[in-house]
Design a protein around this ligand. Structure first.
Ligand code: FAD
Length: 377
């Protein structure tokens, strides 16, 4: 008999939620993670008493009351609201694009004037359909917003010229004609009081977690320890890359402690000029309204991904999606392994979405188990 009911590969949100729910149903779980900490990409590192978002800034937001209650059952959330700024040359602009942005760009003070200004700058594609991202953005928001706030940032993010990027990357550009700087439209938003590690500690409370254990270093062993496996690592690696590698965009972070209590007065400032090498600067204390004497800031750089770098954003183009579908087919034929999370499903998930996905998968799984059990008895 196996020692555990579930081996869960990966202690990120998907793995932790699955483990928590299985544990609640009396199942014995072992969670392994190849990193030296639990929590996946929401993990925070404490520096100068400040929770530093090690893998990029994370703001929890959702419209789903049940999901909000779920996360709040582990940790209280503060009232942080994301109101990012964009810096272009020596000026600051509010994001997302709203009446404050239009006022800062053109000194317009009414929605009618802002609409008029945008319409006068919109460039419709010659053939009726945008051939690339630049044409798409120009057709949606016109020249000033595109040149100052979109072009350089997007080119840095993707490492390619906007004219070489496909139009579909920007399907729509949210433009608001109210003076509202709240980045998200969701009803619930915040940061866990005490940081994301509190949320992850709550989810994994009472569950055995072993760190610095790479599933692929000894998969024969790991496959033998439990009845079922939940896999949240890279699906292409799980199948030995037999259809090829799935590609990602990666990030690099430069974090420093500054001897001032407030460096930029905001949690997130995007740098929208191509010439500035980083995409944004994060000042972590502002996520928690921190009052520490010093501050910690991180410059975020977008970079090409290669196998030894951290995979951040899946490149969901036709080529990669087609490769993914082949792996997905293999996974469907292997129902004894549950694949979930951003790496196993090769998709970008927000935190609330990955939690919802884990809750659904775990509940479907236990319904299936009950059905099998009933039909065997
Ligand atoms: P992960 O958190 O990546 O967890 C997977 C775990 O599996 C990792 O710990 C990894 O070490 C482990 N693992 C992988 N392979 C192996 C192996 N072979 N053996 C052992 N362990 C393994 N969402 C929001 O809602 N709001 C935000 O503001 C937000 N900001 C983001 C900013 C950035 C820069 C990025 C990249 C994402 C952001 N997200 C945000 C999304 C959020 O990070 C994800 O929803 C979440 O981390 C997904 O959880 P996961 O469990 O799928 O993956």
């Amino acid at each position: 008999m196996n020692k555990y009911d579930y081996l869960i590969v990966g202690s990120g949100l998907f793995g932790a939620v699955f483990a928590h729910e299985a544990h609640k149903r009396g199942k014995k779980c072992l969670v392994i993670d190849k990193r030296n900490h639990q929590g996946g990409n929401v993990h925070c590192e404490k520096i100068e008493g400040i929770n530093v978002h090690k893998y990029g800034p994370h703001i929890f937001h959702t419209n789903d009351k049940e999901l909000w209650d779920y996360v709040n059952s582990f940790v209280e959330f503060n009232n942080f609201v994301l109101t990012p700024l964009a810096k272009y040359q020596d000026r600051l602009y509010n994001l997302p694009f709203n009446m404050n942005t239009f006022y800062q760009l053109w000194n317009v003070q009414t929605p009618a004037k802002a609409k008029e200004k945008i319409q006068s700058q919109v460039v419709n594609p010659i053939n009726g359909e945008a051939a690339n991202l630049e044409e798409q953005a120009l057709s949606l928001v016109g020249t000033d917003v595109y040149q100052k706030l979109i072009k350089g940032y997007t080119e840095k993010q993707w490492g390619r010229k906007a004219t070489e990027l496909p139009a579909f990357i920007i399907k729509r550009l949210p433009v608001r004609f109210t003076f509202d700087n709240n980045y998200f439209n969701d009803r619930y938003q915040g940061i866990p009081v005490g940081g994301y590690n509190k949320l992850m500690d709550g989810l994994l409370n009472g569950i055995e977690v072993r760190l610095e254990q790479d599933y692929f270093a000894d998969r024969g062993h790991w496959d033998s320890v439990a009845e079922h496996t939940v896999f949240t690592g890279k699906i292409d690696q799980y199948y030995d890359f037999r259809f090829g590698q799935l590609e990602y965009r990666s990030l690099r972070f430069e974090t420093e402690i500054l001897d001032t209590d407030n460096f930029q007065g905001n949690a997130v400032i995007n740098y929208t000029e191509r010439e500035v090498p980083y995409t944004r600067v994060i000042e972590h204390k502002h996520f928690e309204h921190g009052k520490q004497e010093k501050t910690v800031v991180t410059k975020e750089y977008s970079q090409e991904w290669s196998a030894e770098k951290e995979p951040y954003y899946p490149i969901n183009d036709e080529k990669n999606d087609q490769i993914f579908r082949q792996y997905q087919q293999l996974a469907r034929n292997q129902p004894e392994v549950i694949f979930g999370g951003r790496l196993a499903e090769y998709r970008y998930y927000d935190m609330h979405q990955v939690i919802a996905s884990a809750l659904k998968k775990v509940s479907d799984h236990f319904i299936d188990l009950d059905v099998t059990h009933l039909s065997l008895t």
